[in-house]
Design a protein around this ligand. Structure first.
Ligand code: OGA
Ligand code: MN
Length: 288
């Protein structure tokens, strides 16, 4: 059976079937997957079973591997990940073993964000593989940032076109102050890099809104209150359901998303249940 790409009935995303991504892939298949990924932004593969090396091999078909945030930011406390896990793998989990967290993000809601916008050169893609899931909760939603940009009223778009946004590094996407950082008084003073709010996707050549996350975001050159008001106006439009899709995880799912033109969020789930996902990421470009 040949590769099948089925778009989701939603604002973005497609399911890929008739493929076992643990196996070596030929050039034609890789090209077809890349085309589908650029077009649909999020690819969903069901019923996969990948070891860490297989997850990394699959990811490498699309570019150079990037390290997880704990390594990029040199967390003084390390990641807590077990020693036998490759350093390119980011464990996303609420599980605690021997009193230590084995991964990131816990069990609470992860608000809308892109991955690692708080470095100069954020990853272009993340690939997330479900290894253990709670019976319910922890659904992950995605947002089409091309479509959100296109939906902004012209006056609002004119306010942000050509401006940059500061991407706070001091808090995680679940809003927690990172160990190595101090709380800032206002968003304009948070540490973090500047990125254009409207960026051009280097492969599709299309413009997308690049928001990072809402918390402690700050638009260059505006008084903080004004920046907050403009960002609130943008976010009110962005979170409309027509720009999104929601993924209800099944064991073995692998999701690959384009971090340059999508945001994502995750629902909370029962903290007494185990959830373990392994993530790889691709090295990206400096946003322009
Ligand atoms: C991530 C992330 C969501 C999830 O891995 O970047 O946001 O479903 N995860 O765990
Ligand atoms: Mn994320």
């Amino acid at each position: 059976m040949s590769l099948k790409i089925t778009p989701l009935d939603a604002g973005l995303g497609a399911t890929v079937s008739n493929i076992d991504i643990s196996k070596p892939l030929d050039a034609g298949t890789i090209a077809a997957l890349r085309r589908a990924w650029l077009e649909h932004i999020v690819l969903v593969f069901h019923d996969q079973s990948l070891s860490d090396p297989q997850l990394l091999d699959f990811t490498r078909y699309f570019g150079e591997l990037e390290y997880p945030p704990y390594k990029l930011l040199n967390y003084s406390q390390g990641s807590g990940q077990k020693a036998d896990i490759p350093v390119e793998i980011n464990v996303i989990s609420n599980v605690i073993e021997d009193g230590k967290k084995i991964g990131q993000l816990g069990n609470s809601e992860a608000k809308w964000h892109t991955d690692t916008p708080f470095v100069e050169q954020p990853p272009s893609a993340s690939v997330l593989h479900a290894l253990e899931l709670p019976p319910s909760g922890g659904n992950t939603s995605f947002m089409n940032m091309y479509a959100v940009l296109d939906a902004l009223p012209p006056a609002l778009r004119a306010r942000i076109e050509g401006r940059r946004c500061k991407h706070d590094v001091s808090h995680t996407s679940d809003g927690v102050l990172r160990h190595d950082y101090e709380e800032s008084k206002d968003a304009s003073e948070c540490p973090g890099p500047w990125h254009p709010i409207v960026r051009t996707h280097p492969e599709s050549d299309r413009k997308a809104l690049y928001l990072g996350k809402r918390l402690y975001a700050y638009i260059e050159g505006l008084p903080v209150a004004k920046s907050e008001a403009v960002l609130d106006e943008i976010w009110d439009i962005a979170i409309r359901p027509e720009f999104t899709c929601e993924h209800v995880w099944r064991m073995g799912d692998v999701l690959m998303w384009d971090n340059r033109c999508a945001m994502h969020r995750r629902d909370e789930f029962d903290g007494t249940q185990r959830r373990i996902m392994h993530r790889s990421q691709l090295k990206g470009e400096i946003p322009v």
